[in-house]
Design a protein around this ligand. Structure first.
Ligand SMILES: [Fe+2]
Ligand SMILES: [Fe+2]
Length: 143
């Protein structure tokens, strides 16, 4: 599987959100490196835990911004996030319980496709709402 590479076409128009997306792509790529180097059995759990934690952190930020800019599709978007969180946590649980049995390549492939589709299709749909709203950046950095 080819590593995910961020380029300008991935930009949603707000640096802090783009940085979150870059960080998530990096973590997914790290999982791929580990698998290719044969270190997934021992190391995948900690990378998947980082993916799960950062995904959570990013979704909270993104949803806070979408709420503030009155994104009309927020509830649908939130539901999509919720399903991915559940799936990522299920994988994490499985890898913690049975590190040898988990299909890390399958997870990697799932995450690559999920994130690529989500950022380029779903996240891109809110781009115009951020562009019209200078408050978005302030909200993005508030905890
Ligand atoms: Fe999203
Ligand atoms: Fe996002």
């Amino acid at each position: 599987m080819r590593p995910l590479e961020w380029s300008d076409k991935w930009s949603v128009g707000l640096d802090i959100v783009d940085d979150d997306h870059k960080k998530i792509l990096q973590l997914i790529n790290r999982l791929g490196e580990m698998r290719r180097e044969g270190r997934a059995e021992n190391g995948a759990a900690s990378v998947i835990a980082s993916v799960a934690a950062y995904t959570d952190y990013h979704f909270r930020r993104e949803e806070r911004i979408l709420e503030a800019v009155d994104f009309p599709e927020l509830e649908r978007h939130r539901a999509i996030h919720g399903r991915l969180k559940t799936k990522t946590n299920e994988f994490l649980q499985a890898v913690l319980e049975h590190p040898k049995l988990v299909d890390v390549e399958g997870l990697e492939s799932f995450l690559v496709h999920w994130w690529q589709n989500h950022i380029l299709e779903e996240d891109m749909a809110y781009r115009p709402y951020l562009a019209e709203n200078p408050e978005a950046e302030k909200i993005a950095t508030a905890e």
